[in-house]
Design a binder for this molecule. Structure first.
Ligand SMILES: [Zn+2]
Length: 361
């Protein structure tokens, strides 16, 4: 055996090799949204205090997504940056939160032979062309990258940037301080198909790729249907692997992002607390996954609104059978909907006929 035995890469191929080998990499996200839904995270600030207060639940959610088919365990450090923690008076716990989240993710990933990723994201501070802000943001990225490399992640995700400038800054920091770890950089279109610094999204992805990102693409904001057309454009201009992680809400041509969805009943905006009434279903993700694979997306996941059953549907549409597939729905096992017509369970026949609207009068 030759090469450096110290870089941990003899144990299993890294993400770049796996993508080059033609593998589709699945990445479960949406921890923030799901913890909010379960009552452990405050919508508005969206800060992952749950890592400090209920680390056992964070570990358990990672387990749930591994069971549903994720190849990557991403540390739950979304918005765990200095500015966000300062805003709730917990800046002194910043390092503890980051290291705890990284250790939990690593523990679960090692247990199941998965990849561990660090997670950086857009900051509230970035202002294009403002050197003071840029320096502050750079410091915030730098410290999170340092903790991530010390906790030995396999790669770094920097995600949901509206500005190409901030995304490029994150990439520059990963290259400078990330010990050569691969960078996955994703953008979130805030509305139109451009960044907030007015670069068409496909062109922005192309520039990130050219600047050295291992994977580029789209994450959050749009739902499955509204993300697909833009993915086709990204695919046309990027040479390497591209990423797609839509939100699990039914965005439409009129409301391309989940922030702009309205309740058809009341006309009120649904974001963030009432979005349950616009949720996708498992079939939406089966369909999305097949179309994304056809486009040539090889890094796939689900962002806000993700849950284990949607993720399993995505994994199965990729031809994978995660442990959770043991429990995938089988109509033949249903005494009401599965029993062959006229056989056994006569009372079930009666119920089924009524439920399926066969014999209503
Ligand atoms: Zn999201």
């Amino acid at each position: 055996m030759t090469g450096q035995l110290t870089n941990n890469k003899f144990h299993r191929p890294d993400i770049i090799q796996r993508l080059r080998n033609g593998e589709t990499i699945l990445v479960a996200e949406g921890y923030m949204w799901e913890f909010g839904r379960r009552g452990y995270l405050k919508y508005g600030g969206f800060i992952p205090e749950v890592v400090l207060e209920h680390p056992d639940l964070v570990e358990s959610m990672h387990e749930e997504f591994v069971h549903a088919g994720t190849d990557v365990v991403e540390a739950f450090t979304y918005y765990a940056n200095r500015e966000k923690l300062r805003s709730i008076g917990r800046e002194d716990e910043l390092e503890k939160l980051n290291r705890t989240a990284l250790k939990i993710a690593k523990k679960v990933a090692v247990r199941h032979n998965k990849l561990t990723a660090a997670g950086l994201c857009n900051t509230p501070l970035y202002v294009p062309g403002d050197d003071t802000c840029t320096a502050k943001v750079k410091e915030m990225f730098k410290e999170q990258i340092k903790w991530a490399t010390e906790e030995k992640v396999d790669f770094i995700i920097a995600e949901t940037f509206n500005d190409l400038g901030e995304a490029l800054l994150a990439l520059e920091c990963i290259k400078e301080f990330g010990n050569g770890l691969p960078a996955v950089i994703t953008l979130t279109p805030y509305g139109p198909d451009i960044t907030t610094d007015d670069v068409p999204i496909p062109e922005a992805c192309r520039r990130l790729e050219e600047a050295g990102a291992a994977v580029v693409g789209l994450n959050c904001g749009r739902g499955p249907e509204t993300m697909l057309p833009l993915l086709r454009e990204v695919r046309k201009v990027c040479k390497g692997p591209i990423a797609a992680l839509p939100v699990a809400f039914r965005c439409t041509e009129d409301s391309k992002t989940f922030q702009s969805l309205k309740d058809p009943k009341t006309g009120e905006y649904l974001y963030p607390v009432d979005l349950d009434s616009a949720r996708c279903n498992s079939s939406d993700f089966e369909k999305f996954t097949k179309e994304a694979l056809e486009i040539g997306v090889t890094y796939l996941g689900i962002c806000c609104g993700n849950c284990a059953t949607y993720f399993r549907a995505m994994a199965e549409a990729c031809g994978k059978t995660p442990p959770s597939s043991k429990y995938t729905y089988e109509s033949s096992l249903s005494h009401v909907f599965g029993a062959p017509e006229g056989q056994k369970y006569t009372r079930a026949d009666k119920i089924r006929e009524f439920m399926l609207d066969i014999k209503k009068n």
